[in-house]
Design a protein around this ligand. Structure first.
Ligand code: NAD
Length: 249
């Protein structure tokens, strides 16, 4: 019989930044596999709308508006999840932003904004969720890094944050393994979302030429490996970075 991700059914998954883009697709995929899903986003409108879409498809879902840079809001996200469903099996730290600019012109606010959301926001969510996972002695954390972690002109702030996420992931994987908690990174390449829609058409065409699979990724291309990493198919995998980029690097 084909493997059906039985262990995902009835598990509880929190996905940050899941009002749109990759996060929304992750939330849909987990719900389609029978998980109870917490849709969370800083943007209240998209947060509610994404949860409604999942509910309309028959998924079990709740939504919690949360700015991951605010520890009190992050703690509330975890508490509301526990109050409703009693556990947190999977935390997918997906919320992230870019604010690109050449380094010599980069203002401190531009640096801090990007590092604060991408890196410190990920730390906040890990810290708050692990508090519950360690008592259950099980859990999965997936942190979204990026191909940009290798360095990208105009993205010193974003690249530094996404490289920092790898260090955070690998350290947590080692510290939390004795508590039954696995921690991994997924690092997308060029995925078709709002984040990349801003790239001019000509540059986009040039980028696609560089991708061995000759297409941009779709959010579902990222969601599927995340489902795999959270499942018991990946039960012996922790502290890893899975590049999902069409062969780009
Ligand atoms: N799209 C790509 O090509 C690509 C490539 C590599 C990595 N990534 C990473 O994948 C993740 C998702 O990216 P996406 O393309 O779907 O972006 P997106 O902009 O489509 O969605 C990101 C979501 O995060 C939310 N968000 C922003 N700041 C937040 C905050 N402080 N608290 C909570 N939510 C917040 C936004 O409201 C939005 O709904 C990000 O971490 C991004 O860095 C994307």
């Amino acid at each position: 019989m084909a493997y059906q991700f039985e262990d995902i059914k009835d598990s509880v998954a929190i996905v940050t930044g899941s009002g749109r883009g990759i996060g929304k697709e992750i939330a849909h995929l987990f719900a389609q596999h029978g998980a109870k899903v917490v849709v969370s986003d800083i943007d209240a409108d998209v947060c509610e709308a994404a949860a409604k879409e999942i509910a309309d498809e028959g998924g079990e879902v709740m939504h919690v508006v949360c700015d991951i840079t605010k520890m009190d809001q992050v703690e509330n996200l975890m508490k509301q999840t526990i109050d409703k469903w009693g556990k947190i099996d999977h935390l997918i730290n997906n919320a992230g932003i870019t604010k690109d600019g050449l380094f010599l012109r980069m203002k401190p606010e531009q640096w801090n904004f990007v590092v604060n959301i991408n890196l410190t926001g990920t730390y906040n969510c890990c810290f708050a969720a692990v508090n519950y996972m360690r008592k259950a002695r099980k859990g999965n954390i997936i942190n979204l890094s990026s191909i940009a972690r290798h360095g990208n002109p105009g993205q010193a702030n974003y690249a530094a944050a996404k490289a920092g996420i790898v260090g955070l992931t690998k350290s947590l994987a080692k510290e939390l393994a004795p508590m039954g908690i696995r921690v991994n990174c997924v690092a997308p390449g060029f995925v078709h979302t709002r984040l990349t829609d801003a790239i001019p058409e000509k540059i986009r065409e040039e980028m696609i030429k560089q991708i061995p699979l000759k297409r941009t990724g779709e959010p579902i291309d990222i969601a599927k490996p995340i489902l795999f990493l959270c499942s018991d198919l990946a039960g012996y995998i922790t502290g890893q970075v899975l590049d999902v980029n069409g062969g780009l690097a």
